[in-house]
Design a protein around this ligand. Structure first.
Ligand SMILES: Cc1cc2nc3c(=O)[nH]c(=O)nc-3n(C[C@H](O)[C@H](O)[C@H](O)COP(=O)(O)O)c2cc1C
Length: 183
């Protein structure tokens, strides 16, 4: 079973549509906006020495679920030059899980694949590198796919999946198609 997570704040946008497009069979589709949105705030860093005071809000259970997946796909939109706040909230809250389950970090990150949705790589050349640095992927190209709206002359209201090339890229990236990306 693969777990596919949309980090968009908007229901039914590009990230959700891509999540649905790449899912099949018994895959588990999750929308971070419906899971925990409790940021690391109003606490005394309890997670450093014991359970996070918000542990039961679903974030810890989310990481337990990830540990059992075959592959994990995070679909992350760019908001104001960075990954959406929903991504950062999850990212900070992961400390509670990994402090208790250190061996799971490698297990989870080696099966993690990022699909990043944004406007233009020329304008934001470092966006994809942010994920490469964070997870220290051995082969970043295998783990990170950037989808730029400007390549398809799309505006905010357009849908990336309307471009056939985007479907081809997703099929290759997710392993639906056996073709390799040109190096
Ligand atoms: C608050 C906000 C800020 C955004 N900032 C950027 C940006 O800096 N650069 C960019 O390329 N796109 C930006 N976008 C556009 C989103 O990346 C784009 O709409 C993307 O498709 C969002 O995913 P969605 O379609 O799943 O909602 C922004 C969107 C929002 C809502």
């Amino acid at each position: 079973m693969n777990i596919i997570v949309s980090f968009s704040g908007r229901c039914g946008g590009n990230c959700d549509a891509i999540a649905k497009y790449i899912s099949s069979g018994d895959d588990c589709l999750l929308f971070m906006r419906e899971l925990s949105t409790q940021p690391c705030a109003n606490c005394s860093y309890e997670c450093m020495s014991g359970p996070c005071k918000y542990r039961d809000d679903g974030t810890y259970a989310f990481f337990e679920k990830l540990s059992l997946a075959d592959k994990i796909f995070f679909i992350i939109p760019m908001y104001c030059g960075n990954p959406s706040a929903l991504y950062f909230i999850m990212n900070e809250r992961c400390q509670d899980y990994f402090m208790q389950n250190q061996s799971q970090y490698e297990n989870i990150t080696k099966k993690l694949y990022i699909i990043a949705v944004y406007g233009n790589a020329d304008e934001y050349p470092d966006f994809l590198n942010l994920f490469a640095r964070q997870y220290d992927f051995k082969n970043a190209k295998e783990h990170i796919l950037g989808l730029e709206r400007h390549k398809y002359k799309q505006k905010m209201k357009d849908f990336l999946l309307d471009a056939e090339d985007v479907k081809v890229k997703l099929n290759i990236f997710t392993g639906k198609s056996k073709t390799q990306f040109p190096s």
